[in-house]
Design a protein. Structure first.
Lengths: 113, 111
C-alpha cells in the first residue's frame, strides 16, 4: 500500500514564526502536492513538484515556499506565519503516466495565533 | 480554469437505502476523475478513479460513472451503512498534474 506521512497532525504557531511542514511518501512517486483545505472553499493547490528540485506554483502560492531535495520528501514552508494561514494542510503524491491517481497523507491542522 | 460542483452539500438517509452523489465540472477535456472519502479531521481516502476513456468503475458497493460530454459524474452507493457516513469529494484532473476539487457532499447514514 502507498503510504504518505506528514510530520505533525496538529501544530500551533505564533504569528511571524517560520513553519516547516514535512511530507514523506514511500512509493517512489514522481509527483508530490501540497493543498490547503478550508470550510466552504474545498481543497486548493499551493504547490506541486514533478521531480527532485522541481516545483510549480498552484492556485494559491502566496506566503508559501517549498523544497524537494529528495524524491520521497516534499516540504512546505511558511516564511512568516499569519493568522489567515490557519488551515488543514494536506500532502499528496502520484505517479505520472500511470493514471495520476493521488494518494493523500493524514493532514496537518495548523493554527496560527 | 476548471470548476467542480457537488450537489447536494449534505445528505441524510436511513440505513439500507441506495443513494447517488453528483459531481459536475465545466471543462470536459479531462485526464481522469477521482472520488475520495474524508472522515472528520482526517486525510482523503481514494475510492475510485475513472480515466477519461472509461465510463464507469466499480468497487464493492460503490459505482462511479463518467459522462465527459455533459461534464458529470455520479457516485452510487448501494445498501448504505452507518460506516459510510463521511464527506465525499470529487476531483477532476485537467492537466495531468493538477486536480480541481469540489467542496464535497457530507453524507449521514442513520441507523
Amino acid at each position: 500500500d502507498v503510504k504518505v506521512t506528514q510530520s505533525s497532525r496538529y501544530l500551533v504557531k505564533r504569528t511571524g514564526e517560520k513553519v516547516f511542514l514535512e511530507c514523506v511518501q514511500d512509493m517512489d512517486h514522481e509527483n508530490m502536492f501540497w493543498y490547503r483545505q478550508d470550510p466552504g472553499l474545498g481543497l486548493r493547490l499551493i504547490y506541486f513538484s514533478y521531480d527532485v528540485k522541481m516545483k510549480e506554483k498552484g492556485d494559491i502560492p502566496e506566503g508559501y515556499s517549498v523544497s524537494r531535495e529528495k524524491k520521497e520528501r516534499f516540504s512546505l514552508i511558511l516564511e512568516s506565519a499569519s493568522t489567515n494561514q490557519t488551515s488543514m494542510y494536506l500532502c499528496a503524491s502520484s505517479v505520472p503516466r500511470r493514471s495520476y491517481e493521488q494518494y493523500f497523507g493524514p493532514g496537518t491542522r495548523l493554527t496560527v495565533t | 480554469k476548471q470548476e467542480v460542483t457537488q450537489i447536494p452539500a449534505a445528505l441524510s438517509v436511513p440505513e439500507g437505502e441506495n443513494l447517488v452523489l453528483n459531481c459536475s465540472f465545466t471543462d470536459s477535456a479531462i485526464y481522469n476523475l477521482q472520488w475520495f472519502r474524508q472522515d472528520p479531521g482526517k486525510g482523503l481516502t481514494s475510492l475510485l478513479l475513472i480515466q477519461s476513456s472509461q465510463r464507469e468503475q466499480t468497487s464493492g458497493r460503490l459505482n462511479a460513472s463518467l459522462d465527459k460530454s455533459s461534464g458529470r459524474s455520479t457516485l452510487y452507493i448501494a445498501a448504505s451503512q452507518p460506516g459510510d457516513s463521511a464527506t465525499y469529494l470529487c476531483a477532476v484532473d485537467s492537466t495531468g498534474n493538477q486536480f480541481y476539487f469540489g467542496t464535497g457532499t457530507s453524507l449521514t447514514v442513520i441507523p
